[in-house]
Each structure stands twice: as structure tokens, then as C-alpha cells.
Write a protein that binds this ligand. Structure first.
Ligand code: PNS
Length: 189
């Protein structure tokens, strides 16, 4: 059975072949994603090895100043995963647990890069559990190559005209260059 099939047949206790439905395992991967980096992409790809579907949830927060609008952030991620029908992208506001429940998921994926991420993530995971004990948080580590990477640093490097090679997908690099009006540089090492 492929991961996408939700119906199959199996033998029941009397030896009769019956139809049965399998639950599609969907995980929500939330974040500001302003913009998505190769570290986020790496976590989504790893998530797809475990779950049938990943729903990327882009935080819409009018109080938090973002470089890219919610619409732009969603569009960039959709473009990156255009070939992958198991990745869906939506924006959300309000409580993450409510969004997960509305979208029939009981799993939240968060990436952990270093110990420094842990305290914030731990608090968030336990708060989410308090709000909805049925929803679990799964922490995943990105490839070591991306353990230093953050959207904030990517924006800073881009603003100052630094090399973005290997840090963000091409679609994001183009958008950043456009926004900061910088020309691509190559690595000096
Ligand atoms: O990429 P980020 O900015 O670290 O993502 C943070 C995010 C979006 C996961 C977090 O801010 C969030 O879940 N916001 C929704 C509001 C919410 O549910 N708050 C209560 C739980 S801590």
C-alpha cells in the first residue's frame, strides 16, 4: 500500500475480506517562516518520511513586523513544494492547537537546532499540551549543515549583500535579492 491510499482490504476474524480505512497521518509544521530557509525545507522533507502529509502553517501576526507578507510567505513555500502533493501550505492566526484540530491533525513538528532553542520550544510544547492534551509535539533536528541557520540571519546577510548559496531555496533568494536590491555574490571560501 502506498502512503497515499486510505482504503485497503484485510481479513477479519472470520476470514472474510473487508474494506478498511486507514487514517492519513498529517502533521502541522508551524512557523513565522519569514522567509523559509533550507533548514525548514530539510525538516519538512524529514517529516515526509514519517507522515503522509505535512501541513505547513504560516503564522499571520499583524503585531509582528515581517519582511514578507503572509501571502508572499505562503506563495514561496507553495512554489518550493509545487511538485510535492503531500505538502500543503496555509496561513493561520489564533491558537496553533485550534488550527491543528480544525485541520484534523494531532501532531505538531518543530525543528530543534541547538540547546539554545530548547527552552522556548519546551515551554511552547507544554503550553500547547495544556491547551489541548490530545496534541503532541515532535521535535526534529535538521541536518548539521543547517544548525546555524535562521530566517533572521538570512535576512541580515541578504540585506548586507552576502552570499546566500546553500542557505535558502532559489525562489527565496530571488525574492530577497529583489527586496534588498542586492546582486548575487558567491562564496569567498
Ligand atoms: O518560527 P517561529 O516564529 O518560532 O514560530 C512560532 C509559532 C508560530 C510556532 C508560535 O508563535 C505559535 O504557535 N503561535 C500561535 C499562537 C499560539 O498558539 N500560542 C500559544 C502556544 S505557545
Amino acid at each position: 500500500m502506498t502512503k497515499q491510499n486510505i482504503f485497503d482490504t484485510k481479513l477479519n476474524n472470520s476470514g472474510e475480506r473487508v474494506h478498511c480505512a486507514y487514517m492519513i497521518k498529517k502533521a502541522v509544521y508551524p512557523g513565522s517562516l519569514d522567509p523559509i530557509t533550507n533548514g525548514h525545507v530539510d525538516i519538512i522533507r524529514r517529516g515526509l518520511e514519517i507522515f503522509d502529509q505535512i501541513l505547513v502553517a504560516v503564522l499571520e501576526n499583524p503585531k509582528k513586523k515581517s519582511l514578507f507578507s503572509t501571502k508572499e510567505r505562503v506563495a514561496m513555500i507553495q512554489e518550493i513544494f509545487a511538485e510535492n502533493e503531500n505538502v500543503e501550505v496555509k496561513s493561520f492566526h489564533g491558537l496553533l492547537v485550534d488550527f491543528a484540530k480544525t485541520n484534523e491533525s494531532k501532531m505538531i513538528i518543530r525543528g530543534l537546532r541547538a540547546i539554545s532553542d530548547f527552552e522556548y520550544e519546551f515551554q511552547m510544547a507544554l503550553m500547547n499540551r495544556k491547551l489541548d492534551p490530545e496534541i503532541e509535539t515532535l521535535f526534529m533536528m535538521p541536518s548539521l549543515n543547517y544548525s546555524f541557520l535562521s530566517s533572521r540571519l538570512v535576512k541580515e546577510v541578504s540585506m548586507l549583500g552576502g552570499c546566500l548559496e546553500g542557505l535558502v531555496p532559489g525562489e527565496v533568494e530571488d525574492k530577497l535579492r529583489d527586496t534588498y536590491k542586492t546582486t548575487p555574490k558567491t562564496n569567498s571560501i
